[in-house]
Design a protein around this ligand. Sequence first.
Ligand code: NAI
Length: 642
Amino acid sequence: MKIGAEHAALITGASSGIGRALALALAKKGVRITVADISEEHGYETVRLVEEVHRNLAKRLESPSALFVQCDVTKPGNLVAAFDMHQQTFGHLDICVNNAGIADLKSFLDDRSVDGKGSWRKTVDINLTAVIDGTRIAVQAMEGRGGVILNVASAAGLYPSSPQPIYSASKAGVVMFTRSLSKLKAKGIRVNALCPEFIVTPLVEQLSATQRKWIENSRGYISMDKIIEGSFMLLEDESKAGACLWITNQRGFEYWPDKEEEKKYRLSSAGAKLQRKPPPHLETPPPIPKEFHKVVVHKLSADFRAATKIVTVFYKPPVKPGHILIKVLYAGVNASDINFSSGFYHGREIAATKLPYDSGFEAIGLVAGMGEGVSADAIRLGSPVATVFDGGFSEYREIAAKHAFPVPAAIPEIVAILTSGLTASIGLEQAGKMKSGETVLVTAAAGGTGQFAVQLAKIAGNKVVATCGGARKAALLRGIGVDRVIDYTQENIKLVLKREFPNGVNIVYESVGGEMFQTCMNSLAVFGRMVLIGMISQYAGETPAEGWKPGNYPGLCEKLLAKSQTLTGFYVNHYRKLFKEHIEKLYNLYSAGDLKITIDPTRFVGLNSVADAVEYLHSGHSIGKVVVQVAPDAVPAQQSRL
Ligand code: NAI
């Protein structure tokens, strides 16, 4: 966020010290200011100084450009009234600085009152409770439009302060409160905390001479310029949400916690493991079969039904060393299943030499048998495992244990996480170089992988535009937080993109191909990245036997060159090393309720229904992930979920 004259800010405690300095620094950028402070006299003085700064700007601001509201931040009613006054005067809130704070020189141990209402309680009320209230009301005011909240904590919130334990506790509360709000970024609202050491302000001037001497001789004072610089870092850097900036005289700016510290607790990082305890497992694992069925491609065709047939496999135990035998419960259906059956995925000539070959990219099931040498740490008889490997459309499968991912449950939602979720998660991160604060366009967004892409882009703090066909899909996308849904049955995608995103979008997650690819390329911004994950509209070709027809995009090189753009192909199997980490990340988001996974409600049961499911996906009517329940005997919920 580049702070400028289009913004308006409310700052508590801006009658003095840091609050006033920040009000003046923001005023220099043309920001309109509301000063919310208990001190009337000094508050009006800040307003006068802000207006003076505004008068000296090159471009004149409309009057009033600054406002004082007398407000005791410990009274929620006062705070609500201050935010209301701000909205009435300036119409929008873009920046909120919860800055009012006090230091209490009395010891809390001297409070011998029956109700514990010593002055220490006021410190908690102003320094912590009011920050929670201020954040709450600011988020409500910013919802829909976005904004940034800066909570002024202290270095004393990062490490203990023996002379001021209550001050330290209240500021540590602000730090943890702020860090816990990082996910508001998905709503376009960033909350950050400033944690400086000592600055010369009235708050510090009231300390005893001995304490001030100690500060001067040990840590020294930080200049107000550094405080303003740090505040702007937190206000402007779109990647900072839930961040705490520690400012010291000795080392300058540091974000806390650092990466090493963060690794120790962050569940969704690579270090987190889904299986910490012995895996959940059924007491009685599925039986080892004498025979089972699977779907194989026996001739090359984009007509999946014609290309495939169901064959019987006669199984001879024991399970091979290093392998496991899985009873498949669910298999996922993907747009590329017809690409795979037409042989276009890996080249028709090579594919023809491999006929007949297994089909289905992903599956989830329970371990029915284990060969010698398979470690029982993560995989046990009866435990749920996922596979992202050719051959998913099979009732049983024997595969090398190293290719199976232990998962907490054999449920359809985890099938969706496999190819579809992994493609979105790894594709946006590795190929799209997705960060925050950009506009991300997702095509076929209500499909298996699109639903992941839009949510991951939102979680990362981006604005998300999504295309789909039909009201049901548009409703799903709105429900998962998409900022602008373009339903192509109602609106012209090209026109909407041109009108509403004249500077282009920064990232495109594209899976449709053909004309949609052209439209997306034309709406890509300078430095834009297009992640090409597929071309569903081209897979079927003119006739099924003919399959995929190469696209023809005149002027593509010229467009890329003229705008320094990147067009990146993405094939998920090239990123196998990252699968485990990303399955864990996606499952953690899902189980925390931060990621919604939609499974198409149409039921496909048994291998006989695989061709129906593939055709259904290509009919354009499916929504979310299409899954086949491979085991025809219904899987009891307690069994698959254990
Ligand atoms: P300051 O004393 O100059 O300013 C504090 C402001 O808060 C004053 O304008 C005061 O009127 C206002 N205020 C106090 N109680 C209030 C209430 N109940 N309702 C509304 N306004 C109220 O102090 P300074 O240093 O500018 O402090 C600002 C923030 O920075 C505080 O949260 C403080 O804890 C924090 N801080 C200060 C450091 C320092 O060394 N000065 C170091 C680290 C953090």
